[in-house]
Design a protein around this ligand. Structure first.
Ligand code: PFF
Length: 452
């Protein structure tokens, strides 16, 4: 496709909000608090922050510069920058990861739709067993599939509108709304009695819990949460304007993403600790089982608070998930559109159909297909494991090696300084992190885990 026909984001704020939209998602509000709960609170958060600064930001800037320099989708970007080499596999794995992730991510996103609708209908005013409600819902043969399909269609609708009129416009409205909802929810949570215990849990580090598994979890979470390694950011960066400051953009995205994750902790833990008998260590059920109990209690003591709290919380989840699913969708849509010269609409239809097909298996793996296991994992767990624990760190490592060792440093410097117009004082540190720290850290944590 000729460059003149390629879309661009229209403004710097659009660039930051679209990239932050990709980063902020279920990973921040659903996955992060689960991991904090399971891995001992603040100690995990500290390890996580180190992963963001030492590994996440440098790899994110690398993805940005690869995307903007090549002016191509992820699947073709490495071929443009290093024709005829095997580096192209990083991009191809990025494309594969993006639709594998989207297939199971849309299932959980579908659950949030069901919970949003149920809370709007006053689910929390009734006395019910939420463990049973959740188990019945996810094992139902129809409902989770139906909600997954609806979610995929919503994503599809935004994608076919294009980069500027779809992705950018949507992100510019949704991201500020999302941040506003988070602030309201933090206030709701802090107003619950006994919330201080939750804060203590979140802020008191327990370093005895930091094992190599916890470090791998923190790294996988950092990569997943920042959308690194799958080509979303590389694809978005191919729509960046020449004057976008890549370091500033990466820093802003990392900051927004981390803030949202920590604020989600501030919403969830004070609320959970306000109800005696509930555990913060509930894993994935935290948001779908534990919190409904909190909302119910809040509803019975102050009905409007319970209603507002629950409804806004699930609206938040839906919006956060949607800004991320569109970025995952865009990776393959752009790849098919440009590589095979398909129209954007046709490319998007193919991607939607593939993900609905794979997503159906993922959605049913909590019920009908629960006994279909490979290496002891259901299809849903397998997709999560292969992408979040294997592909993301590995692609992240190879992206660091590609930029740190292989790519001509003239190109790297030219991109991060916008042709010499920006002064980047820590350029040397950036290259050092990419050359040594990122590959060694990611590689050794990874091997250590695999050998166990
Ligand atoms: N970063 C998103 C989240 O935290 O939910 C998930 C995600 C989106 C992962 C896009 C990967 C990606 F390429």
């Amino acid at each position: 496709m000729s460059d003149s026909r390629r879309a661009n984001f229209g403004s710097k704020i659009g660039i930051i909000l679209a990239s932050a939209g990709s980063a902020v998602g279920l990973g921040n509000i659903w996955r992060f608090p689960c991991q904090v709960g399971e891995n001992g609170g603040a100690a995990f958060i500290l390890v996580y922050l180190c992963c963001i600064v030492l590994l996440g930001i440098p790899v994110m800037v690398s993805e940005f510069l690869i995307g903007r320099r090549s002016h191509a989708n992820t699947g073709s970007a490495y071929e443009v920058l290093s024709p005829g080499t095997q580096w192209k596999w990083i991009g191809i794995f990025g494309v594969i990861s993006s639709f594998l992730i989207l297939s199971y991510y849309a299932v959980v996103a579908g659950w949030t739709l069901e919970y949003m609708i149920a809370s709007a209908a006053g689910m929390f005013s009734k006395n019910q067993d939420f463990t049973l409600f959740f188990n019945n819902f996810v094992s139902d043969p129809v409902k989770p599939v139906m909600y997954m399909v609806i979610f995929m269609l919503l994503t599809h609708f935004i994608i076919v509108k294009g980069v500027k009129d779809g992705i950018e416009k949507f992100s510019k409205v949704m991201m500020p709304l999302l941040l506003l909802i988070i602030c309201v929810l933090v206030v709701c949570s802090f107003s619950m009695p006994g919330s201080i215990e939750g804060l203590r849990f979140l802020l008191k580090p327990d370093f005895s819990k930091v094992t190599s598994k916890v470090i791998l979890d923190a790294m996988g979470q950092a990569f997943f949460s920042m959308s690194i390694g799958m080509g979303c950011l590389c694809t978005y960066a191919s729509y960046f304007t020449k004057d976008a400051n890549l370091f500033k953009t990466a820093g802003s995205v990392a900051l927004i993403d981390t803030l949202v994750a920590v604020m989600a902790g501030f919403i969830i833990f004070p609320a959970v600790f306000s109800v005696p008998g509930l555990s913060a260590n509930a894993g994935p059920g935290l948001v779908f089982v534990t919190l409904p109990n909190v909302f119910q209690l809040a509803f019975h003591s102050v009905p409007w608070l319970g209603y507002l709290f629950s409804l806004m919380f699930y609206i938040l989840l839906v919006l956060a998930a949607l800004t991320s699913t569109i970025s995952l969708h865009e990776v393959t849509t752009a790849f098919l559109h440009e590589k095979f010269n398909m129209s954007r609409r046709k490319a998007a239809c193919c991607m939607t159909a593939i993900c609905i097909f794979l997503g159906t298996f993922c959605a049913l793996s909590f019920g009908m297909l629960g006994s279909w296991k490979l290496f002891g994992m259901t299809i849903f767990d397998l997709f999560d494991f292969v992408t979040a624990k294997l592909f993301l760190p590995l692609c992240g490592m190879f992206i660091a090696i590609f930029t740190g060792w292989y790519l001509d440093k003239k190109i790297v410097r030219d991109e991060v300084t916008n042709g010499g117009r920006l002064h980047i004082g820590f350029y040397g540190l950036f290259i050092f992190l990419l050359k040594f720290v990122a590959p060694i850290c990611i590689g050794s944590i990874f091997i250590n885990e695999l050998l166990k």
